[in-house]
Design a binder for this molecule. Structure first.
Ligand code: SAM
Length: 341
């Protein structure tokens, strides 16, 4: 099988090869609602967790408890933009790699391998990137999940194009107006509900389907294909295509904006969570930024684990969760490697 090489590439690590990161420990230092004590949370069957920490340390620290148990992962990692992202005067995070693509690819591959270990056998992974590194990420993901050409139904499912209109337009090439979200599954058996997120088929003619009207005035559509007739009611929902142009980028004055640079719209996460998870399933995002994933998970009744290494990201996410009309108990944890004795 073809694979991507870069300088310093390490082979697939087992849990043991994360000896350094595996020393990381999670410490609870805040509990919400504030009326609860840390002691009380230990009696809860489940507690959602917001964790401040570096992604490999957090993921390695979660492995003993959560390997093979996470149903859905969404990540929106740094894209190798070569920029610092600020929120006002405060640095949100730095995405500068000194042009060292090898270092970035090793960093990304390590992240994806750890996430693979955390994913449940029927779990799904969504990786949000753009033109800079998507093509490398696909090859790395095929290496980890197995080539889609094996045809066993696992691994690559979609390359979703999120097309938006914001920003200026280049004059020396076509305007770059999309991000790419790679959708992979650990096996051929995974949760997917196109009908929850699709558009209603309705009265409107879209392709070569035949329209039928029954005696009550209800519309249905039929089409013949390979000797079979397929009939759909106007109420049925069509699975959305892999180009999403109906979700707008957040504009400067969008009420949803938290002020955190690179914040993604909640509607993107709503679509992903509804399609690829069931209520009460476990969702993870280790680059949570403004908290779009845990906030949407909370609203849709999913359990969640969210982390980020930035103080601003943790503060923004905490505030966002507390501002929701309703939220369940959650803890804020710190992930750190204890100093040598
Ligand atoms: C593109 S932003 C995520 C934005 C988020 N999806 C949102 O909608 O608000 C990337 C995030 O990754 C975090 N990050 C970057 N490097 C990290 C690392 N090594 N470990 C943990 N978090 C990291 C940054 O602090 C930043 O919040």
């Amino acid at each position: 099988m073809a694979e991507l090489q870069w300088q310093g590439k390490t082979s697939a690590p087992s849990t043991e090869s994360f000896a350094h990161e595996a020393q990381a420990r999670l410490h609870t230092h805040e509990v919400y609602p504030a009326s609860m004590s840390v002691e009380m949370t230990t009696h809860l069957a489940w507690q959602n967790r917001l964790i401040r920490g570096e992604r490999a340390e957090v993921l390695a620290a979660l492995l003993p408890e959560f390997a093979g148990r996470v149903n859905l992962v969404y990540i929106d990692p740094p894209f190798m933009t070569g920029r610092d992202f600020k929120s006002g005067a405060q640095l949100a995070y730095s995405d500068k790699w000194q042009g060292n693509l090898d270092a970035y690819l090793q960093w990304l591959a390590t992240t994806l391998r750890l996430l693979y270990q955390l994913l449940a056998e029927d779990g799904s992974l969504y990786v949000h990137l753009d033109w800079r590194v998507t093509h490398y990420a696909r090859v790395i993901l095929d290496e980890i999940f197995g080539s889609p050409l094996r045809g066993n139904g696992a691994g690559f499912q979609n390359e979703i194009i999120w097309h938006y209109q914001s920003g200026g337009r280049a004059t020396n090439r076509y305007a770059r107006k999309h991000d790419t979200i790679l959708f992979y599954t650990k096996s051929a058996h995974y949760c997917f509900h196109g009908e929850r997120i699709g558009e209603r088929r309705g009265h409107h003619q879209r392709n070569h389907m035949r329209k039928h009207l029954d005696e009550h005035g209800s519309v249905s559509w039929s089409i013949n294909s390979h000797g079979r007739t397929y009939t759909y009611s106007e109420e049925s929902r069509m699975t959305p295509a892999d180009v999403w142009s109906d979700i707008s980028h957040l504009h400067q004055r969008d009420p949803e904006r938290s002020g955190y640079a690179t914040q993604k719209p909640a509607a993107l996460l709503e679509r992903i969570l509804l399609a690829s998870s069931e209520p009460d399933q476990l969702v993870l995002d280790c680059f949570c930024g403004s908290g779009v994933t845990p906030a949407m998970a909370e609203q849709l009744g999913r359990r969640w684990l969210a982390s980020d290494q930035g103080d601003l990201a943790i503060a923004t996410t905490r505030e966002r969760l507390l501002a929701l009309p309703q939220h369940g108990p959650f803890v804020v944890q710190e992930c750190a490697i204890p100093p040598l004795e």
